[in-house]
Design a protein around this ligand. Structure first.
Ligand code: ADP
Length: 397
């Protein structure tokens, strides 16, 4: 966190400009438009001579999607792998020395989706770096929204034309709503961060903690919207999953680490049981998403002082991850229904949630060629198991 910049020297104007760009992002509907806006407005924001927006092409390579001040022909030829080497090559493309060069990653949900780089005609300051990062945060969200929108809208619209009726209309309305709420929400979060960082004047401890709570609520709302958008993409059949070798213990460790604070707040024990590594086939980010949902549910529905255990094992041709809790359990009559979209059992309806997590998780695991199932003893706890095909290429220990 960069705190306490002096707001003289036109910095306040730059913050206003950043807010205008944030507003403009809410009106972009395509990736090209959002990338172009980032490059041109980014140049204006920093007074940069050249800027470039590079996006991941899904194949571990970065490709220029928009630029400002660089010859089109050079841009068209430029591709770079997503490694440290990209920074050196970008400096070459922007024709600039280290002191006048800034590059920041575009990050969505913990994954790098691209890069934003700028060349200045002067040495870069810490504030320039902060500004470019703040712009990158807004741009990453806008680009992701545009990507989802480009993927989902046509598919939903054509299914709607094929007239399957009310469910699709509901999905489309929800996805549109999710998209249109997400952008301004990103901008609210950005401005809370500006206040928190003391950029608009000194902030006392009480104000800082109120801002932290506002950001937490905003992020919760963002994750609900992500679920609505994921469900719409899954029901439109446009959610792709990767088929990579994934080390299940590693991904389980990451998911457990993400939920330790939530378990700690409820004085629960949450841990990953010892065991050998297991390599399976699937999409690492999506497996982590499913696990975060399963462990998050286990923590949410299990009372204070309970225990949640994650185990990784092999069973025949399958790699397994099992999430077991000591919560209320699930009645037999409900064990199929909980995987249906928007289903929430009566006993747990007072807790936060919209009933999409398990439907999304089931569908994602299914797309990876695996299964997601539940065993439970009402009153004693539940155990959710993800099964994924073993990776034949890599022997497991
Ligand atoms: P949400 O968590 O938003 O309610 P989910 O789709 O993740 O949605 O879960 C659907 C329902 O399944 C929950 O509302 C709850 O009734 C039940 N459920 C899921 N996980 C558990 C669990 N670990 N223990 C008890 N009930 C659970």
């Amino acid at each position: 966190m960069i705190a306490g910049f002096d707001l003289g020297d036109g910095k306040y104007e730059q913050l206003r400009k950043l807010s205008d760009i944030g507003r403009a992002f809410t009106y972009t509907t395509s990736i090209d438009e959002a990338a172009r806006l980032t490059a041109t407005q980014g140049a204006e924001l920093l007074g940069a001579t050249r800027t470039v927006v590079m996006l991941h092409d899904g194949d571990r390579e970065l490709q220029v999607r928009a630029s400002h001040g660089i010859d089109d022909e050079r841009v068209a030829r430029f591709r770079a792998p997503l490694t440290d080497e990209v920074i050196g090559r970008l400096q070459g493309l922007l024709d600039v020395s280290g002191d006048c060069f800034l590059a920041v990653p575009l990050v969505v949900g913990g994954s790098v989706t691209g890069l934003l780089a700028a060349a200045l005609a002067r040495d870069c300051s810490e504030f320039d770096e902060w500004l470019l990062s703040a712009l990158a945060d807004q741009a990453a969200l806008a680009l992701e929204n545009a990507r989802v929108s480009e993927e989902v809208r046509p598919a939903l619209e054509s299914r709607l034309r094929a007239s399957e009726g009310a469910t699709n209309a509901k999905d489309r309305a929800l996805a549109t709503l999710a998209h249109d709420i997400r952008s301004p929400l990103g901008s609210i979060d950005g401005f809370c961060a500006i206040l928190q960082d003391g950029l608009l004047g000194p902030v006392n401890d009480k104000q800082r903690s109120a801002l932290a709570m506002m950001r937490m609520s905003g992020q919760h709302l963002l994750s609900l919207l992500d679920n609505v958008m994921d469900m719409a993409r899954l029901s439109a059949g446009v959610m792709g999953v990767r088929d990579d070798a994934v080390e299940l213990r590693e991904v389980a460790r990451q998911a457990v680490d993400m939920l330790i604070p939530a378990a700690y707040a409820k004085q629960q024990t949450l841990g990953l049981a010892d065991g050998p590594p297991v390599a399976a086939r699937g999409d690492m980010a999506r497996i982590r998403q499913v696990l975060v949902n399963l462990i998050g549910n286990a923590v949410k529905f299990t009372p204070v002082d309970g225990a949640v255990t994650v185990m990784v094992a092999t069973g025949g041709a399958w790699g397994e991850i099992r999430v077991t809790d000591t919560g209320p359990g699930i009645a037999e009559a409900e064990r199929d229904a909980i995987f249906q979209p928007y289903y929430r059992s009566e006993g747990t309806a007072t807790l936060p949630g919209i009933g999409l997590g398990l439907a999304i998780s089931h569908s994602l695991v299914d797309q990876m060629g695996g299964t997601l199932g539940v065993e439970s003893e009402p009153g004693a706890g539940s155990s959710f198991t993800i099964r994924l095909r073993i990776d034949d290429e890599r022997p497991t220990g």
